[in-house]
Design a binder for this molecule. Structure first.
Ligand code: AMP
Length: 570
């Protein structure tokens, strides 16, 4: 089956996908479409986003759905609102010429009453997130008694986001006779357990998983110590001009910090992570899709719902723990037949982690050197010419009379002048700047190194999905704030005007203190003692010698738009 026209799909579907430009089925579609059309067994498909899995399950089901019935026959469950909207859009596109087929999306963070109203249209297809689906079942707005097909999409992600109970409740609401398809990027123990309990002798398909890493992605890694990382990142961005990229970080805090650093340095960048409200996340994703920003700094979870095909680079600012996540991240570039580059920043003490990723994924990751200022400028000149000769329309009528007499200059002199003009800011930045001291991977990589780093990362909590759960253990393991309560003569106790009602967390206080005390002349970092967050206000302890810095800086800072005030507590 090399062309869609060789499948048995109906002319209405073929016409719709033809208009979308789909000619040949992707690997997962080649395996899944004939199976679903002809087999009644359940299915487990190991496939990642970007493999064409939405069409893989929805095209054959659309082919078989009964458009004379107005009962729900097909249910797709997925982890996030973004993915829910994306799948709904895809299914609506595929069923464009099936006029009696209706698809409704139901997801949290949006009016339930409006969704109940749209269910009155009697759709045959529901795409939903587990929490909202349960709400609607409880309100008797959804009747799953006639379901034929159930898809669990990104099952691993739904489980890691804590939707296990919801999934089990929903599964128990659907008829035993249905056919279930479980799609997952990874086969975790939890996924294995759910499939054992709820799928019957499933057929297994594996596509684009860890063993089928894309060949059109160039992988390179750069060694940079903790203190060099941001400067190294800047150089890597500057030496890859005209990029459209996602930078992956491990925690929400790191994500925000890296995005802030880039924005402060004039890049069109923004952050995407679970601490943002749904509306803020929507805005950031829209800006990125429209290319109003060209660098998105994101956590793995937050970036899941984002479907863009034209990324030139993926940058791993921090390594993930799971090698499969590395493959998944990298696979976001090099799509739609284009080449991609995956750049990894590695700290000297992370050699073991790198080795593990290389050996599990079988990806060749070549070491490269962080560019010198001169190399950055060279790359930028190349970038100017690349975008200059890109095919583009004439944007405006240009009157030659507007050009002054340039006969005194040679062609080369003019080009030189234009380049100087175009790259002035960058050239000034790199002019007298020392290149980064070369770092080597530490062959005696040990756990102490990574532990030290983790501590230095101020106990940044691992991103735990969109729901904002945090590990108390990691939250309390602070760089300087996680120390046990101590009464120390060197410490001053401060009253702080914000508290739980302002959504202030311990990590926020650490961050605020670090910012307020790092402006002083002293390079030394302030000791932080006990932090106590109460309903309306808080207390914290900071090393005495930083008292002046803290009091003067904090009053000009804001937290979630609110003014901050600190004073010495009695
Ligand atoms: P998915 O894995 O479902 O998120 O799909 C990834 C992207 O590939 C989406 O933008 C789809 O529209 C696109 N796509 C899916 N199947 C095909 C196909 N056979 N040919 C071309 N593009 C496709």
């Amino acid at each position: 089956m090399n062309l869609f026209t060789e499948t048995n799909l109906s002319p209405d579907i073929l016409k719709a996908i033809g208009e979308l430009g789909y000619e040949s089925p992707t690997e997962i579609q080649k395996q899944t479409i004939p199976f679903i059309l002809s087999d009644i067994r359940d299915l487990i498909a190991l496939a990642q986003t970007g493999t064409g899995k939405t069409a893989a399950f929805s095209l054959p089901i659309l082919d078989m759905i009964d458009d004379t019935s107005r009962k729900i026959q097909f249910l797709v469950l997925c982890p996030t609102r973004e993915l829910c909207l994306q799948i709904t859009k895809d299914i609506k596109n595929y069923s464009k010429y099936m006029k009696d087929i209706k698809t409704t999306a139901v997801y949290g963070g949006s009016s339930i009453m409006e969704q109940i109203r749209s269910l009155k249209d009697k759709p045959q297809i529901i795409v939903g997130t587990p929490g909202r689906v349960i709400d609607l079942i409880n309100r008797k707005a959804l009747d799953f008694s006639a379901i034929h097909w159930l898809v669990l999409d990104e099952a691993d992600e739904m489980l890691s986001m804590g939707f296990k109970d919801e999934l089990e409740t929903i599964l128990s609401e659907t008829p035993e006779t249905k056919q279930t398809f479980l799609f997952s990027a990874t086969m975790s123990k939890e996924v294995e357990r759910i499939s054992k309990n709820y799928l019957t002798k499933p057929h297994r398909i594996s596509v684009g998983s860890i063993n089928e890493v894309k060949k059109n992605i160039k992988h390179e890694y750069y060694v940079a110590g903790y203190r060099q990382k941001k400067e190294a990142l800047k150089r890597l961005i500057d030496s890859n001009p005209n990029q459209y990229s996602i930078i992956f970080c491990r925690t929400r805090m790191e994500t925000q910090e890296v995005a802030d650093f880039l924005m402060q340095n004039g890049y069109a960048a923004d952050a995407l992570h679970g601490d943002l409200s749904q509306a803020q996340r929507d805005t950031v994703m829209k800006k990125f899709r429209l290319k109003n920003i060209d660098i998105l700094v994101a956590t793995d979870v937050a970036a899941r719902g984002l479907d863009v095909n034209s990324l030139t680079h993926v940058i791993h600012y921090s390594l993930p723990d799971d090698p499969e996540v590395f493959v998944h991240r990298s696979g976001r570039t090099g799509r739609a037949g284009k080449d991609g580059v995956s750049i990894t920043l590695i700290k000297p003490e992370e050699s073991r982690k790198l080795k593990q990723i290389k050996s599990v994924t079988k990806i060749e990751i070549a070491e490269a050197k962080i560019p010198t200022g001169e190399e950055v400028i060279k790359a930028q000149v190349g970038g100017v010419f690349e975008s200059l000769f890109e095919v583009h329309e004439d944007f405006f009528e240009f009157d030659d009379a507007l050009i002054p007499d340039l006969s005194a200059f040679t062609k080369e002199e003019l080009v030189h002048k234009l380049l100087q003009f175009q790259l002035k800011d960058l050239a000034l930045y790199y002019k007298d700047r020392h290149d980064l001291v070369e770092q080597k991977l530490n062959s005696r990589d040990d756990d102490r190194g990574s532990r030290r780093d983790r501590d230095r990362d101020r106990g940044r909590d691992r991103d735990r999905g969109e729901r904002g759960e945090r590990s108390d253990r990691s939250r309390d393991r602070g760089e300087r704030g996680g120390k046990p309560r101590r009464k120390d003569e060197n410490m001053v106790r401060f009253f702080f005007n914000l508290g739980k009602k302002d959504q202030l967390k311990k990590l926020d206080v650490l961050d605020i203190i670090n910012k307020a005390t790092s402006n002083g002349k002293s390079k030394k970092r302030a000791e932080i003692g006990d932090i106590e967050i109460l309903e309306k206000f808080s207390f914290f302890e900071v090393e005495k010698s930083f008292k002046g810095d803290l009091l003067s800086n904090i009053s000009s800072m804001k937290f979630r738009g609110k003014d901050m005030r600190a004073e010495e507590a009695n």
